[in-house]
Write a protein that binds this ligand. Structure first.
Ligand code: PEP
Ligand code: MN
Length: 276
């Protein structure tokens, strides 16, 4: 099937969504940072403060966590969402947070500006349709992560479930795919970023943290993402990664986050973009 036919105006689907409700802006490179999960008020406050001090405007944090093992920490749920919106409000940050269940969409929308649909839910079509309908005509946007083993075509068609349900503000997120390579958690597929951007008007950001699974690769992969024409990044950061309940080994500590904007600036500027 010709993907381009299904994801451009040829299909009649509105794809003029470059702004993603303010999340993605022309000539800009958006950085979203924050912990994998909201663990407590104190933890999220310290992590959000580091995001603010690093000069970024969007904080991430999961309240509903799609953990592979049912015995891993599942997130604080509604309590986590309340912490998210309260702390983000104090710092004037916008919030990206995951929704896993159609039942929780309204609740997540009350506390977050952008709804994340995780890699494990990319093909949950009823969730995609419900999110599309729920964010239609609102200030909210959605970030759609690429499935662990999904092709670009499947990813774009999943996005179209959201857009065709009325949710225009969709941002695609490449977060690494499963390959035979074992030195990283997943394999960051930067070709997919470029291919997706050629096939659709939707913005594409990169999550180097889940792709690498190790913090020493996060900054180099971030630089590479700028060069690969990505519209932004979603990185995990934590005020105390050793103590993180989830994904600590891939989280940037505050000092590294503080340096990120300056490190990316010359790369972004070479691409005609400003890091925001
Ligand atoms: C996350 O962003 O914390 C997450 C679970 O990501 P993914 O769905 O890409 O694994
Ligand atoms: Mn994570």
């Amino acid at each position: 099937m010709d993907v381009s036919a299904s994801t451009t105006a040829a299909s009649g689907v509105k794809t003029d969504v470059k702004t993603g409700n303010g999340m993605i802006r022309p000539n800009s490179f958006r950085v979203v940072a924050g912990p994998c999960t909201v663990e407590s008020y104190e933890q999220f406050y310290a992590s959000a403060e580091a995001v603010k001090k690093a000069g970024f405007e969007y904080v991430r944090g999961g309240a509903f966590k799609p953990r592979t093992s049912p015995y891993s920490f599942q997130g604080l749920g509604e309590e986590g969402l309340k912490i998210l919106s309260e702390v983000a409000g104090e710092f004037g940050l916008k919030v990206v947070s995951e929704v896993m269940d159609p039942y929780d969409i309204e609740l997540v929308m009350e506390h977050a500006d952008v709804l994340q649909i995780g890699a494990r839910n990319m093909a949950n079509f009823s969730l995609l349709k419900r999110v599309g309908a729920a964010i239609a005509g609102t200030r909210h946007g959605a970030v759609l992560k690429r499935g662990l083993s999904s092709t670009v075509e499947e990813w774009l068609q999943a996005a179209e479930y959201i857009t065709s349900s009325g949710g225009d503000n969709v941002v695609l997120c490449e977060r690494g795919i499963r390959t035979f390579e074992s030195s990283t958690r997943f394999t960051l597929d930067l070709s997919a970023v470029i291919v997706a951007k050629r096939l659709t008007d939707l913005p594409v950001i990169v999550d180097p943290s889940h792709a690498a699974g190790r913090r020493d690769l996060v900054v180099p992969l971030s630089k590479a993402s700028v060069a690969a024409e990505a519209d932004g990044l979603m990185v995990e950061s934590h005020h105390d990664p050793q103590e993180a309940l989830c994904d600590g080994e891939q989280a940037l500590p505050a000092e590294a986050l503080h340096g990120l904007k300056g490190i990316l600036r010359p790369f972004a500027s070479a691409m005609g973009r400003e890091v925001i």
